[in-house]
Write a protein that binds this ligand. Structure first.
Ligand code: PMP
Length: 404
């Protein structure tokens, strides 16, 4: 598959009316010459571009699609609610149903609030922590992504020093650096913000050291700061109860989005009783935060996930993919590194400092009909079957051959 006529025509039109032709994480110009910018449909673990080319999907909408595109149960709930209305004058009762189900699912959650994007959720967590403590400083890991607004943007353009004046940085998995950052914040420390694992772009993923997670919990307890878990990317793909629940480390506040509603726009903040009053005191809202359709999708998605089959399925297919890629790399004579949980994989070539080999391989995969990314982690869904993984592997084997 090469980029088709419709794709090229759309790019040309977009160039005139959309700055740079596209923006943000889905701007293909930032990572590929072979991936289509435009997609028109999806089904299960396949997506189709504007020219009708089908791709086996290893990005899943960059995370949200955890059950597969057009999952029947979720789509039935979406269409059913859509027939009755979406954006009404008051909140859908589904918000109460969904809050109850989240609180029942997530042990660290005594309450839930809903929003749209992950950025809404992380921002609401930080605002809640500042309201609760009356303090300003927030510890964040170097290189960690928490959203695309000035207080946390990783891109400097348009951002002022004042926007990020109250961030103090630490190194992920380095407790001493977090303690040093807390000391720097002194008696002005509101929150410690952390992702369940290190999943920064352009580098190997790094699982959390349990001692680091426990150390941050103790640091928060000692200083009175809120421990905020940014579970936007990992949430409901690693552990339904929250990604640090297996470690026994419970955050005070958790930011959720991406996989909550299988692709419908829904984010959430959950928190403990101790932060309930602070959450009530802040003013956060949005025109679309109360929409009924995403809540219906969220409920249907969580009910499906709670049946317990999706996560083990992703573990199995993710392992099959990882082992298959490892064997192919060896057979073709490449040293590669696959890091992070198997359901959120990423692959780098040894010695590929400028990522040119990884990019060429990802582009070869795209041409062979597999959609994956050279330097952002991928996502599996419960719609991937063993047979789909085998089909993906057949094509990636070809991509390794194409590298020669
Ligand atoms: N936090 C993390 C860990 C994320 O991965 C993302 C999105 N990639 C965000 C926050 C921001 O979410 P959104 O793009 O939905 O605003």
């Amino acid at each position: 598959t090469v980029l088709g006529d419709r794709e090229l025509a759309l790019r040309e039109r977009a160039r005139h009316v959309i700055p740079g032709g596209m923006y943000g994480h889905m701007n293909v110009a930032a990572f590929s010459t072979a991936h289509p910018q435009f997609m028109v449909s999806g089904d299960g673990c396949r997506v189709t571009d504007a020219d009708g080319h089908e791709y086996l999907d290893l990005m899943c909408g960059w995370g949200p699609v955890v059950l597969g595109h057009r999952h029947r149960g979720v789509n039935t709930a979406i269409l059913d609610q859509l027939q009755r209305g979406d954006c009404l004058d008051g909140t859908s009762p589904l918000a109460v149903d969904y809050a109850e189900l989240l609180v029942d699912t997530v042990p660290s959650a005594d309450w839930a609030m809903f929003c749209k994007n992950g950025t809404d959720a992380t921002t609401t967590c930080v605002t809640t922590a500042r309201a609760a403590t009356g303090k300003r400083k927030v510890l964040v890991a170097n290189g960690a992504y928490h959203g695309a607004v000035p207080w946390c943007s990783l891109r400097g353009a348009g951002v002022t020093g004042e926007d990020q004046a109250h961030l103090v940085h630490y190194e992920y998995n380095d407790l001493a650096s977090a303690e040093q950052a807390a000391a720097e914040a002194g008696d002005d420390l509101a929150a410690i913000l952390v992702c369940p694992m290190r999943h920064d772009v352009r580098r190997d993923q790094e699982l959390v050291d349990p001692a680091f997670a426990r150390g941050l919990r103790a640091l928060a307890d000692r200083t009175g700061a809120a421990l905020i878990l940014d579970d936007v990317r990992c949430g409901h793909r690693l552990d339904l109860r929250g990604s640090w629940e297996p470690l026994g480390v419970r955050p005070d506040l958790t930011a959720w989005s991406k996989a909550l509603a299988n692709g419908q726009p829904l984010g959430a903040v959950t928190g403990t009783d101790a932060l309930r009053d602070a959450a009530r005191s802040i003013y956060v809202t949005g025109s679309f935060w109360y929409a009924a359709v995403p809540l219906a999708a969220g409920l249907a998605t969580l009910r499906e996930l709670r049946k317990g089959q999706a996560l083990p399925d992703m573990l199995r297919t993710g392992t099959r993919l990882r082992e298959g890629l490892a064997a192919q790399a060896t057979a073709h004579g490449y040293g590669i590194r696959q890091t992070g949980p198997v359901q959120m994989p990423v692959l780098y070539f040894d010695g590929d400092d400028d990522l040119s080999v990884g990019t060429a391989w990802a582009e070869a995969a795209a041409k062979r009909g597999v959609y994956l990314h050279p330097w952002h982690n991928w996502f599996l869904s419960a719609a991937h079957t063993d047979a789909d993984i085998d089909e993906i592997l057949e094509r990636t084997d070809g991509a390794f051959t194409d590298l020669r």
